[in-house]
Ligand binder design. Structure first.
Ligand code: XMP
Ligand code: MG
Length: 191
């Protein structure tokens, strides 16, 4: 039987250049982030806001390590004029929060920050709703690509300027389920 750590278990071995972050490394870092968030938000009224769809795997693993009682909520957004593999930052809300965040401590849970445009838009929008605090926890920071400075309060991993998928991040909507982060093969980009 092929182990789940192996790309060939998931039918994506032909798309992978290399595994950038193995599953065990991801999980260890997420546990650390959860512990840190638990300390920082002790006694506070915390709401985790997950940005769909990419943030889903990260949210569900992260919250298992957040010992502070908290709520979760979801937002779905889309960027115009994509380039499916990068955002324009012209963002439209497809699904808004159900929670009233006024006066509450809000932590945005994001899969990846690239240009920073998407996150900048979300931060501006949520600040208008008067949360007590509004911070960001991003699993991946592709810092070399930043065009707009956005404050990242918690970062899992800084990554180089390569296209990655897995662990919430999709390749044409697939492979969000794989337990590691992989680098897409250069020749797979043109397909
Ligand atoms: P911005 O540029 O607004 O982009 O910070 C954030 C969004 O861009 C997508 N993105 C990626 N998606 N692999 C992906 O699967 C990547 O390497 C990557 N880089 C950026 C993603 O949708 C993210 O929310
Ligand atoms: Mg995508």
């Amino acid at each position: 039987e092929t182990p789940v750590e192996s790309p060939s278990s998931w039918g994506c071995e032909h798309l992978i250049d290399r595994i950038l972050i193995p599953a065990d490394v991801l999980q260890r870092r997420i546990a650390e982030l959860g512990a840190q968030i638990s300390r920082d938000y002790a006694g506070k009224d915390l709401v985790l806001v997950c940005v769909l769809k990419g943030g889903v795997m990260f949210l569900t693993d992260l919250m298992r390590h957040i010992t502070v009682p908290h709520e979760i909520d979801f937002m779905a957004i889309t960027s115009y004029g994509i380039g499916a593999r990068q955002s324009t930052g012209v963002v439209r809300i497809l699904m808004d929060l159900q929670t009233n965040i006024e006066g509450r401590h809000v932590l945005i849970v994001e899969d990846i920050v690239d240009s920073g445009r998407t996150l900048d838009h979300i931060l501006r929008l949520l600040w208008t709703r008067n949360p007590a605090t509004l911070r960001v926890c991003a699993l991946l920071d592709k810092r070399a690509r930043r065009e707009i400075q956005v404050p990242l309060d918690y970062v899992g991993f800084e990554i180089p300027n390569v296209f990655v998928f897995g662990y919430g991040l999709d390749l044409d909507e697939k492979f969000r389920n794989i337990p590691f982060i992989a680098v897409l093969k250069a020749d797979a980009l043109e397909e």
